[in-house]
Design a protein around this ligand. Structure first.
Ligand code: ZN
Length: 132
């Protein structure tokens, strides 16, 4: 396992990516929009990992709700795993509260699932399996 990326909720994606590029000298590797989740996101490479900046495309999306409740800031930590389906089965059996009991499609040929913060001491955790 390793940290795949760290998700940060922002109000204005272009402004935020520019500021991360200027402050830390990072480069944007991709920008995507996932309409189903109401989010536009930019990935910035940082060593073996990445920062994922998330901007809502509508106020009632998960990121939109997060921003209106808590403001900008750390949203989730994503862990890269080998077999997401198997891991979810194990976590569920162990009583871990899952937001996604089945893997769903993420950007760039990935499968993702979220674990509820109540089972991870207050941090929203995303599990990511990269496609072959
Ligand atoms: Zn993420």
């Amino acid at each position: 396992m390793k940290i795949d990326h760290i998700g940060i909720a922002v109000r204005a994606l272009d402004e935020a990516t520019k500021s991360y590029e200027e402050t830390f000298g990072l480069k944007v590797s991709s920008v995507d929009q996932v309409e189903e989740q109401g989010v536009r996101l930019a990935m910035l490479d940082i060593g073996e990992s990445r920062l994922e900046l998330l901007e809502p495309t509508r106020d009632d999306s998960p990121i939109g709700k997060f921003l209106s409740k808590r403001g900008e800031g750390l949203h989730h930590i994503a862990i890269q795993v080998e077999n997401l389906e198997l891991l979810l089965t194990r976590l569920k059996a162990a009583g871990v509260r899952l937001i996604d009991e089945k893997p769903r499609n993420g950007a760039h040929n990935t499968k993702v699932a979220f674990i509820h913060p109540s089972s991870t001491h207050g941090v929203l955790m995303e599990l990511v399996q990269h496609g072959e």
